[in-house]
Write a protein that binds this ligand. Structure first.
Ligand code: SF4
Length: 442
């Protein structure tokens, strides 16, 4: 079993010799299935070929042509469902460890500083990026490469959004996030921290400041809730808030008691995605006894199999086909137990159970915060609060010059899918600004 006092990164990296040995197994397929399965079409065989020869500088240059966040993708992408899941060698159960190789190359580059970006003049126009999660960082990096002057506005003291606050340290060390943010800054992107657009500056202010286009990449910060008896109890906590408080505590920015989960607590996590697993594994590290309650079967759980297996090995319990029906508290408002309904996997019979409980963590998804949309004249959203965008120019909202992408426009997705969308929006923004500049010059 993993040492559960350990909050540091769990998975270890390759050594240089191991990485080259692993790269040498790659067949350099003519029609690489790994590349086709990558949402951002990372040119995997090309950079693996360079790695085989020990040309790590060339390898990272090829990777960075498609990704601004390689050391993050190498750690948190769903490789088993994407590149590694599609690798032809996987048929013999021995797929190339593409994620671990990408992580190795990116980390090696960060330490050895093999490459220096060719930074173009930023003369094509000015873009404001609101939010510094995966989509904001991707749009900023891509537009900077294309010759635009980009400024990021981030409400929190640190950049990264869900990368910094929503994914635990043991899966994604925060120094890695800071490193990728620093790389984007080094490309000439300015960052304004603790600068909230919506409650402070408005979209109108940004246009008045001379920005040609604005990108909204604020993600999903409004947690979904359960409309059940006791659902508003103080001991029902939202997974993203729990993970955020925990990270802030680690950084000395929150008190330990704000984490709301401690040693000996009986904790039930509701949900079946990676966030549920992250919350459960973090609670285990805090000394809690943890079970995940999921309304479907193990096979239907959206979390990665590898994450599930790690959670099991760390002592997280699972109850399948189980719904939370009610939360019961004593006269002081302290949680005492929960009522759940489980369906028998064999005969389908339903039965109710009462389980002693101290905390419930909800990991049942999030939706966009409505604050920014409310404060942004002319930006329309649907009933769920998701910003409505168009196909041409890709990502533009109902307000001219205001674009949106990532989860705030497309519903919850993985880091790399948010990046894929953001890359398309960056192209849409570039086309839009070039067009208005051309018209202005006539
Ligand atoms: Fe290499 Fe596998 Fe991709 Fe083929 S599919 S190029 S073997 S990583």
């Amino acid at each position: 079993m993993t040492n559960l006092t350990k909050f540091e990164e769990v998975n270890e990296s390759f050594t240089l010799a191991e990485a080259i040995q692993e790269a040498q197994r790659c067949l350099e397929c003519k029609a690489p299935m790994c590349q086709r399965a990558c949402p951002i079409e990372n040119e995997i065989p090309s950079w693996i070929r360079e790695l085989k020869k020990g040309n790590l500088g060339n390898a990272i240059s090829i990777i960075r042509q498609k990704s601004n966040l390689p050391s993050i993708c190498g750690r948190v992408c769903a490789h088993e469902r994407q590149c590694e899941g599609a690798c032809v060698l996987g048929r013999q159960g021995n797929a190339i460890r593409v994620g671990k190789l990408e992580r190795f190359v990116a980390d090696f580059d960060a330490e050895a500083r093999l490459t220096h970006d060719n930074i173009p003049e930023h003369t094509r126009g000015r873009v404001a990026v609101i939010g510094s999660g995966p989509s904001g960082l991707t749009v900023a990096g891509d537009l900077s490469h294309m010759g635009f002057a980009v400024e990021i506005f981030e409400a929190e003291p640190h950049c990264g959004g869900v990368l910094r606050y929503g994914i635990p340290e043991y899966r994604l060390p925060k120094e890695v996030v800071a490193r990728e943010v620093h790389h984007i800054q080094a490309m000439g992107v300015a960052i304004h921290r603790e600068c909230s657009v919506g409650s402070g500056k408005s979209i109108d202010d940004l246009f008045s400041d001379g920005f040609d286009a604005i990108f909204i990449g604020t993600g999903l910060s409004h947690p979904n809730t359960l409309d059940i008896e006791g659902g508003n109890s103080k001991d029902v906590v939202w997974a993203l808030h729990f993970l955020t408080k925990y990270q802030l505590f680690r950084e000395g920015l929150a008190d330990e008691n704000e984490i709301n989960v401690s040693k000996g607590h009986r904790v039930y996590v509701i949900g079946g995605g990676n966030t549920a697993i992250d919350a459960a594994r973090t609670a285990v590290r805090l000394g809690a006894r943890v079970e995940i309650l999921y309304r479907k079967t193990a096979e239907q759980m959206p979390a990665l199999k590898s994450e599930y297996e790690e959670a099991v090995s760390e002592g997280v319990g699972f109850r399948w086909m189980t719904n939370l029906k009610a939360v019961h508290c004593d006269s002081n408002g302290e949680m005492t137990d929960i009522l759940v309904e489980s369906q028998d996997l064999e005969n389908g019979a339903l039965k109710e159970l009462t389980l002693s409980a101290d905390r419930v963590i909800l990991a049942i998804g999030s939706s966009p915060s409505t604050r920014l949309v409310r404060a942004s004249n002319g930006v329309e959203s649907d009933k769920g609060g998701y910003i409505i965008t168009r196909e041409s120019p890709y990502g533009m909202t109902s307000r001219k010059g205001v674009f949106a992408g990532g989860d705030v426009a497309n519903r919850q997705s993985t880091v790399v899918h948010a990046m894929r969308d953001a890359k398309q929006v960056a192209v849409g923004i570039a086309k839009y600004i070039d067009a208005i500049k051309l018209v202005e010059s006539l």
